[in-house]
Design a protein around this ligand. Structure first.
Ligand SMILES: CC(C)(COP(=O)(O)OP(=O)(O)OC[C@H]1O[C@@H](n2cnc3c(N)ncnc32)[C@H](O)[C@@H]1OP(=O)(O)O)[C@@H](O)C(=O)NCCC(=O)NCCS
Length: 154
């Protein structure tokens, strides 16, 4: 299993489609449309970041997507973390998260921010990586509670 950062400026359409299809499979029916996904992944101003976990036979096993907060360039919004069903509980999300934190620690990021649906029950998962200050900050369009956590980078 290898973790790789995909360059948002060099990534071709075929690879973008592969990542979009992987993402969509796990976030249906509330997934972003293709247009938003494309905008997100080439947002140079906010330095979009794509990390993938790939098996030795080049199958996508996991994905992280994020970008700088639009109001504060020192904050990074972790928008998506997902691991393929058949590879879960094998430490892939941990590898992705560690790579993300190590990547962002080298730059100017002071905080990683995450929002997630309460029903996904991910508070303990994020806590393992040091995320804290859990709170419910509102609702998603479908009425699900929207949760917030943050990780300060030293
Ligand atoms: C959450 C998710 C990314 C975890 O991936 P994973 O590769 O199975 O995670 P890991 O194997 O690295 O597990 C790390 C730790 O978190 C725990 N964990 C994993 N999934 C968890 C979950 N859903 N809730 C709580 N804890 C979880 C594991 O038990 C493990 O703990 P341990 O180190 O004490 O054994 C995966 O379940 C997933 O893709 N979920 C659906 C997508 C999603 O909801 N993403 C988040 C919103 S963007």
């Amino acid at each position: 299993m290898k973790i790789e950062r995909k360059s948002t400026s060099l990534i071709d359409n075929k690879e973008k489609n592969r990542i979009f299809n992987f993402y969509k499979k796990y976030f249906s029916p509330h997934h972003w449309n293709k247009k938003y996904f494309n905008q997100f992944t080439k947002d140079n101003q906010r330095q979009s970041l794509i990390l993938v976990a790939e098996t030795n036979s080049n199958n996508l096993a996991g994905l992280i997507l994020g970008r700088r907060d639009k109001n504060n360039k020192y904050f990074f919004n972790l928008s998506i973390i997902v691991v393929d069903f058949k590879y879960r509980k094998k430490g892939i999300a941990t590898k992705l998260m560690k790579e993300l934190i190590s990547n962002l620690s080298k730059g100017k990021t002071k905080k990683i921010i995450i929002h997630f649906r309460e029903k996904n029950n991910l508070k303990n998962f994020y806590q393992k990586f040091g995320f804290c200050n859990f709170k419910i900050i509102g609702k998603y369009n479908n009425g699900d509670n929207k949760c917030f956590m943050e990780l300060k980078i030293v």
